[in-house]
Design a protein around this ligand. Structure first.
Ligand code: ZN
Length: 233
């Protein structure tokens, strides 16, 4: 039996880095996919490269399993959505309760592109950091949407494809714990120093939980999770 190959949706953030470690622990061969969609902070794309290099350099067993990285240019996303992640708008909650960082259907598009690549690369598993626990409630990160996508992609490509979401039911403190369980202090250090979460693209300010402005919703969530994890509450 050949062990399944997996592709990880890898953005260079805390969640997708933890998912990458999870996949490297579980699958014999792992590739990564990222998307360049005109993010207003290019720093995310630099973080991807740094994290991959540090994982290759710091974990010999994982380095042997870590294959090709694919960066897809999907600038078209900027044409169809004018939101705080791609434009200059301030981050606020919209009338429907979703933050204006929500790009409608973005994760569905990412999964479809990743599935097409998986088909070509002979991978039967997609791994993504979607979570419905303590995030802002993006509907395309929810478990029911993931189940539906898994069915649609498997049927539409006439090949079984599993979508694995190891963080789906974890909060941010448990996500730090998962990283510690998988890669110990060295992985925690990579996540603190080299992954990027901040919506403002701030890499200059350094905190115990990592780099960021410290005030945007993404920084607040990451900082609160780190403190709960560190203090064991
Ligand atoms: Zn921030």
């Amino acid at each position: 039996m050949t062990a399944p190959k997996a592709i990880v949706l890898f953005s260079g953030g805390q969640d997708s880095t933890t998912c990458l470690a999870w996949a490297l622990d579980k699958y014999a061969q792992v590739e990564t996919i990222g998307f360049d969609y005109g993010q207003r902070h290019r720093v995310e794309l630099d973080c991807r490269r740094t994290v991959l290099e540090r994982i290759r350099g710091g974990f010999a067993q994982w380095a042997a399993r870590l294959g090709q990285d694919h960066l897809l240019d999907i600038g078209v996303l900027g044409q169809i959505s004018d939101t705080a992640l791609t434009g200059d708008a301030r981050i606020v909650l919209q009338a429907d309760g979703l933050p204006n960082t929500f790009v409608p259907g973005r994760n569905l598009l990412f999964l479809t592109l990743a599935a097409a690549l998986a088909y070509r690369r002979g991978c039967a598993v997609l791994v993504g950091g979607m979570s419905q626990t303590d995030y802002s409630g993006y509907p395309d990160c929810r478990d029911d949407a993931m189940q539906a996508m898994q069915t649609a992609l498997s049927l539409g490509m006439a090949r079984p494809l599993a979508i694995e979401t190891p963080l789906m039911w974890l909060d941010k403190a448990q996500t730090w714990q998962l990283a510690a369980d998988l890669g110990g202090d060295s992985l925690i250090e990579i996540i603190r120093e080299d992954t990027h979460t901040c919506y403002q693209g701030d890499r200059r300010r350094r905190h115990d939980w990592g780099r960021g402005c410290g005030a945007c919703p993404a920084c607040e969530l990451r900082a609160a999770g780190y403190r709960r994890w560190r203090d064991g509450v």
